[in-house]
Ligand binder design. Structure first.
Ligand code: SF4
Length: 503
């Protein structure tokens, strides 16, 4: 199967008949809609780089199902090398686009359902895994983009799915037919869904035995009857519709073009259902997905931060401060934080372990630590960008001031800094930094792949404090003739240890 070109990807999106609303209005052509087009461009970049010989080592993989060369975005991780190359791919794409390129949610969803369906079958004698392998092979051969859909609206946050006033607060099965099921509910914050081909629906939380209607994993085409996309609004989102120096990252947009996906009684045929009622496995599936995705953040945000650090360094040239040692030290601090999180992501991949289905999981403690640091480092990197770019970021005039001959000269005269550069360039980079450090970007770094506390909850178990206490006692009271300690890595879940799912 040839890999899709970026042009084929865009054309394939046009063939869909999706029901989508942008800025409150139904849109028939989402691909060319100015609010969506930058996100389409970004996803198209993932297809484009797969055709560049210099990037194929990280962009392509060999399918364990067919032996064919496929896009890494449809691959099941076969070892630590795959996990590392995935992160290298993410950093590369982050550098190429300066934003979220969306496809990792679908990739991690493919891997999570692959692993969980195997474990369900082992325990219950079902055939979900075989069904899923057939589906996966089709996805790989078609080179499709998938939207992983996990986060439910959740309703009252202190109540379980079965206790909600509105039972649709979590996606559920509402009807059964001889050839499939009917599902209802919504998934929120969905990255790249509006420009995907398929939605891979997963449970959003660990479930109890009395909640089987919510224990659902299935695949739905984006244009299936009853699927509705409601596109989200972002900080400064109309800027990219403008011309001139105010447009920010108008080619690729800010974060992933998130949308709410509503499933308004959508029929799903049996061959596309990969979990139906096995509540005991939902926590594992959620943990698998979120652990892989948390490691990603050290790489994709690393690539994005590379662009932001570059824009900030450029701003110091525009201002004439680049040679100042304090300025240079602050740039080093930005680089230091960025490389630290990337290093921990790579570490989590290098120390990955084999799951029962044969695929590989990143080291969970390192992955959670990576994402935990992202919730801080991205804010701190943005803080330093604001510091070095100056108050101009908040007060700079807009491009229209430069179009008005009455005041254009005044703007240029009084915003001139290093005379080597034009004021327009200073505004252009200032707007980019404003864009790349906006509330949309920062909140995505905070809550994407789970809010900060969802990393800390599993970390307390993964930290194995009893072992650390034993280490301390050994150092204080032990004698040097005792057998030496085993190597602490790679991490493995203890036999009795269940992966901790997000609540
Ligand atoms: Fe990929 Fe990062 Fe976007 Fe998640 S936030 S989809 S890991 S680019």
């Amino acid at each position: 199967m040839p890999l899709m070109t970026p042009q084929q990807y865009v054309e394939s999106l046009r063939a869909r008949r999706i029901r989508a609303y942008v800025a409150g209005e139904r849109v028939s052509n989402v691909v060319d809609h100015p609010s969506v087009a930058p996100h389409v461009n970004t996803a198209a970049k993932t297809y484009e780089l797969a055709h560049r010989p210099e990037h194929q080592d990280v962009m392509l993989a060999t399918s364990h199902l067919t032996g064919e060369r496929i896009h890494r975005y449809t691959h099941i991780f076969q070892g630590p090398d795959d996990l590392i190359k995935k992160l290298q791919m993410l950093r590369l794409l982050g550098q190429a686009t300066g934003t979220c390129f969306q496809r990792c949610v679908g990739l991690d969803a493919l891997n999570a359902v692959y692993a969980a369906s195997y474990e369900v079958d082992q325990q219950h004698g079902t055939d979900y895994h075989e069904r899923f392998r057939r589906y996966l092979e089709w996805v790989q051969r078609q080179d499709l983009m998938l939207a992983g859909a996990m986060t439910d609206p959740k309703g009252h946050r202190s109540r379980r799915p079965s206790e909600q006033e509105d039972p649709d607060a979590f996606v559920r099965i509402v009807d059964r037919r001889s050839d499939g099921v009917v599902i209802r509910g919504a998934k929120l914050h969905n990255t790249g869904g509006i420009n995907s081909h398929e939605i891979l629906v997963m449970p959003g939380t660990a479930l109890r035995p009395n909640e089987p209607q919510y224990a659902l994993a299935c695949a739905v085409p984006v244009d299936a009857e009853g699927v509705v996309f409601i596109f989200g609004r972002q900080a400064n989102d109309t800027r990219k519709l403008e011309n001139g120096c105010d447009i920010g990252n108008s080619r690729f947009g800010i974060v992933g073009g998130e949308a709410m996906i509503v499933f308004d009684d959508v029929f799903v045929p049996t061959e596309r259902v990969f979990m139906d009622g096995e509540t005991a496995h939902c926590g594992t599936l959620v943990a698998y997905f979120s652990t892989w995705h948390r490691a990603n953040y050290g790489a994709c945000k690393g690539g994005n931060a590379d662009v932001l650090i570059g824009a900030t360094a450029k701003m110091t040239r525009l201002l004439g401060t680049e040679g100042n040692s304090i300025v240079r030290d602050k740039l080093v601090e930005m680089v230091h934080m960025n490389e630290s999180t990337y290093a921990s992501a790579i570490g989590s991949a290098a120390m990955g372990y084999r799951l029962p289905c044969g695929s590989y999981m990143v080291d969970p403690l390192m992955a959670n630590a990576t994402k935990q640091n992202i919730t801080r480092h991205i804010y701190l990197i943005a803080r330093l960008a604001h510091d070095l770019a100056g108050g101009f970021l908040a007060t700079m005039p807009d491009a229209r001031a430069l179009d008005n001959p009455e005041i254009a000269g005044l703007v240029k005269k009084y915003h001139a800094a290093n005379p080597v550069f034009d004021v327009m360039e200073r505004i252009r980079f200032g707007r980019y930094i404003e864009n790349a450090t906006s509330v949309t970007t920062l909140v995505e770094a905070m809550h994407g792949a789970g809010s900060p506390q969802t990393q800390r909850i599993p970390m307390i178990g993964q930290a194995r404090l009893d072992e650390k206490i034993a280490m301390a006692e050994r150092v204080l009271y032990g004698d040097d003739d005792e057998p030496s300690l085993p190597l602490p890595r790679p991490w493995r879940p203890a036999p009795s240890e269940k992966p901790a799912a997000d609540e």
